[in-house]
Design a protein. Structure first.
Length: 492
């Protein structure tokens, strides 16, 4: 989830490999050539040194979202002993709370909407998702995201309205007619998939109402929906244990496991063939120790450079407006078109984000002057001019994260965000503008309603605009809209 760090081992390896590559120019008896020949004799399926480095870099970028998703799935639906476990496959887990600092499986968690999470196993048969009627003033959405991290469909306020309905979710091998009583069919590219239900919470006292909405979310196999006999169960899978904390040290082992659950496609056949040439893919067990020292060194360097490219994309692949990074990089298979760097950037920025039409996510680590946000050094303010609050059909929020972990922070008032439902209890300035106080210590009782607690270190801020308006003033199209978020200012 973070780019791979530069350890002393990698630095040393870089110096060694650089020297051998330079010294070996025009000399096919150099150490690099010797390593390649030695690997060939030992039957290790490794291309040249240069090719290995390129594949490791490309493989990291391609594989990052797959690995992150695989680890979260393990923690949420497979490992019943995990502190993050939610429910087995095909069972909805309704969270009667919002995310806090104790939620660590997913980076940049949303603390606006209580989640109902459903991990789908679509191998034996499709699943039917049903929703009851939801009041029009309450936003809700069901985002369908598969093992490729493609958002392949939506149910909810924007996409299907507030009326009740039943929807069919099918795996990549399903072929059949749409059954009676089904409003729409959604097609997952992978046999395992996530359905993330988001239900708007207006205030803490509103939770019983949210629970009643959540009680109307149902999931059942197609056979049960049709009142027919169930087909044979899918074979049991021995999932490779995985955690989000283990991604850094077990990346390619996790990728081996993840690729077994991701059928190849026209877009990824070439990168998968190159990964297979170095022993990574379904049915393979990659071991870094099996490579020669030279290959191991460039492999680590390739991963490091892949991570650097993802980080660079997040900082430069979007439009910077008043210090906020604005872009649109979540979507379906057609949206990505095999752009693995964009997909990796989306996952690193905050996996399981929404399509732009469903939600926009301006984020920043700097103030309006371009200086790094640091709660140990400064207090900050964020002021929305009168009449210029974020333009949305649903609601908006500003959420605080620790910059290093991208997780919510523990704070004395248990406040992780400020959002539009809180506006009636907040104080506006004399000119009608709204100022948020972003700092580690309370700004005083008179201003505490507008206080967003910050960590005593560097800060990562994310703004969420749910169901953004598509007519001016609007943040859409991403980076080109007529509404622009104000910059964060360091207090004098």
């Amino acid at each position: 989830m973070k780019s791979i760090g530069r350890s002393a081992l990698v630095v040393a390896a870089f110096l060694i490999v650089s020297a051998t590559l330079i010294a070996g120019c025009g000399n096919r008896n150099d150490a690099v050539s010797h390593a390649e020949k030695l690997d060939a004799v030992n039957g290790v399926p490794v291309p040249s040194i240069e090719q290995t480095k390129a594949i490791a870099e490309e493989g990291f970028i391609y594989g990052l979202p797959l690995v992150m998703n695989y680890a979260v799935m393990n923690e949420y639906a497979v490992d019943t002993k995990s502190s993050q476990f939610k429910a087995p496959f095909n069972e909805i887990k309704n969270e009667h709370r919002v995310s806090t600092y104790e939620d660590t499986a997913v980076i940049t968690p949303n603390s606006d909407t209580p989640y109902s999470l459903l991990w789908l196993d679509l191998r034996a048969e499709p699943m039917v998702l049903s929703v009851s009627a939801v009041a029009k003033e309450r936003y809700y959405s069901v985002m369908l995201c598969d093992g490729n991290t493609y958002n392949y469909g939506y149910i909810g306020s924007r996409a299907t309205g507030s009326d009740p309905g039943s929807y069919l979710v099918v795996g990549p091998d399903w072929k059949g007619e749409t059954p009676a009583g089904i409003k729409k069919v959604f097609y997952s590219t992978t046999p395992f998939s996530l359905a993330a239900f988001r239900t708007q919470l207006f205030n803490p006292e509103d939770m019983p109402n949210v629970e009643r909405v959540q009680a109307g979310y149902k999931a059942q196999p197609l056979s049960a929906f049709l009142k027919q006999p169930a087909p044979p169960a899918a074979p049991k899978i021995d999932f490779l244990p995985a955690t989000t904390a283990g991604i850094k040290t077990n990346f390619y082992e996790y990728l081996d496991a993840a690729l077994q659950l991701v059928p190849p496609s026209e877009e990824d056949k070439d990168i998968r063939a190159r990964l297979a040439s170095i022993g990574i893919g379904p049915g393979k067990t990659f071991e870094l120790k099996d490579l020669s020292p030279e290959h191991r060194a460039v492999f680590l360097l390739g991963m490091k450079e892949g991570g650097d490219k993802v980080t660079k994309f997040l900082s430069s692949g979007m439009k910077s407006i008043n210090g906020w990074n604005i872009g649109s990089f979540f979507g379906d298979r057609a949206f990505y078109k095999g752009d693995w760097l964009m997909r990796a950037g989306a996952a690193k920025g905050g996996i399981y984000g929404n399509d732009a039409v469903e939600a926009m996510y301006p984020f920043t680590r700097t103030d309006a002057a371009g200086e790094v946000l640091d709660g140990s050094k400064h207090n900050y303010t964020l002021t929305f001019p009168s009449g210029q609050l974020p333009p949305v059909n649903a609601f908006w929020s500003v959420t605080m994260y620790d910059d290093k972990s991208q997780l919510l922070i523990k704070n004395p008032i248990n406040r992780y965000l400020i959002n539009s439902p809180m506006l009636p209890g907040m104080k506006k300035n004399a000119d009608g503008s709204l100022t948020l106080y972003i700092q580690k210590d309370s700004p005083g009782k008179a201003k505490e309603a507008n206080w967003l607690p910050a960590p005593n270190e560097t800060i990562y801020l994310v703004m969420r605009l749910y169901w953004p308006k598509d007519r001016p003033p609007s943040i859409l199209p991403a980076g080109e809209g007529t509404w622009k978020p104000p910059g964060v200012e360091a207090s004098k």
